[in-house]
Design a protein around this ligand. Structure first.
Ligand code: AMP
Ligand code: FE
Ligand code: FE
Ligand code: ZN
Length: 282
């Protein structure tokens, strides 16, 4: 196998701007060897990505980025090689997507008191069945001319201190890790150095996550400030966790570029050895 390994990317099944087919084409153009499709709370892009990858030389790693919550902090748990038909996981993700929908509606109701914005504007920015998030509200605000792009929306109206923010209900991370592990998957905490996880994931809580089956930490990611990394490297050593690195590509929706952070072939092999719910394709 040649080419870099990038284990975190989104499509229009959640808040990426490209379809699974377009994501695969972007991965091929970037010269990647392996690309994971990890939409928020959904696996519905997998089959299209698998079909698009046939004959391209790009291997698709099936994954998900599960939304969890602890002390009002949003903790994202990546799940690789899960069984997409696992009943508990299917039920949990359906519930999370539903909660996200209610929360987005509540945020739009608040925003519409001060800005021209309707729920239909947001629906117009999502593909049917997509996991709805703030990025779709951002796109609707852009379409209305209130902000120039997603990043500007996140820095102002959609910021957690912007006055319109609402959290959404989600299971605690220990439950997310259990769900992924019980579905044959390999659980990795996404961007642990980001504000939320950095604030709430004490060493004792990390121990509980490891006991629940946590396999790895996404240490090489642009949202982990350099100053945060030695701490997570030390925890990875202490608990024997796999170190991953990824772009968290969202198409044109975020500045993150494919392959800007990558995972070692050894770490990738460890994930392959541990996962039993599905297999990479291509
Ligand atoms: P939500 O989960 O609905 O609260 O929205 C958070 C999601 O928005 C994250 O998963 C990111 O993909 C995306 N996001 C966060 N910050 C930005 C930004 N500055 N520009 C574009 N997308 C962002
Ligand atoms: Fe996202
Ligand atoms: Fe994330
Ligand atoms: Zn992500």
């Amino acid at each position: 196998m040649s080419g870099a390994i990038d284990l975190h990317a989104h499509t229009s099944v959640s808040d990426g701007t490209e379809t699974p087919t377009e994501l695969v084409a972007a991965g091929v153009s970037a010269g990647l060897g392996v690309l994971a499709i990890t939409d928020h709370d959904s696996t519905s892009g997998w089959d299209e990505a698998f079909r698009a990858a046939v004959g391209t030389g790009l291997t698709i790693m099936p994954g998900i980025e599960l939304s969890t919550q602890l002390d009002y902090a949003s903790i994202h748990v990546l799940g690789y090689l899960i069984d997409p038909a696992n009943a508990d996981l299917v039920a949990a993700t359906a519930r999370i997507r539903e909660e996200r929908l209610h929360r987005a509606e509540a945020m739009v109701a608040r925003i519409s008191a001060d800005y021209s914005l309707t729920w239909d504007d947001v629906v117009a920015q999502t593909t049917p069945g997509a996991t709805v998030g703030r990025p779709h509200i951002a796109d609707a605000l852009v379409a209305r001319g209130h902000v120039p792009d997603r990043s500007a929306a996140f820095a102002s109206i959609l910021h957690w201190r912007g006055g319109y923010y609402r959290p959404h209900e989600a299971p605690p991370p220990v439950e997310g890790v259990r769900l992924i592990t019980a579905a044959g998957g390999v659980a990795v905490i996404a961007h642990p150095g980001a504000r939320g996880p950095q604030r709430v994931l004490s060493d004792a809580r990390m121990r509980s996550l490891v006991d629940a089956g946590l396999a790895g930490l996404e240490i090489d990611h642009r949202d982990n400030p350099p100053s945060s990394r030695p701490h997570w490297e030390e925890l990875a050593r202490r608990f024997g966790l796999i170190r991953t690195g990824s772009s968290d590509y969202h198409g044109t929706g975020k500045p993150n570029r494919l392959g800007e952070n990558t995972t070692s072939p050894e770490a990738y092999a460890e994930i392959i050895a541990r996962g039993t719910g599905s297999r990479p394709v291509g």
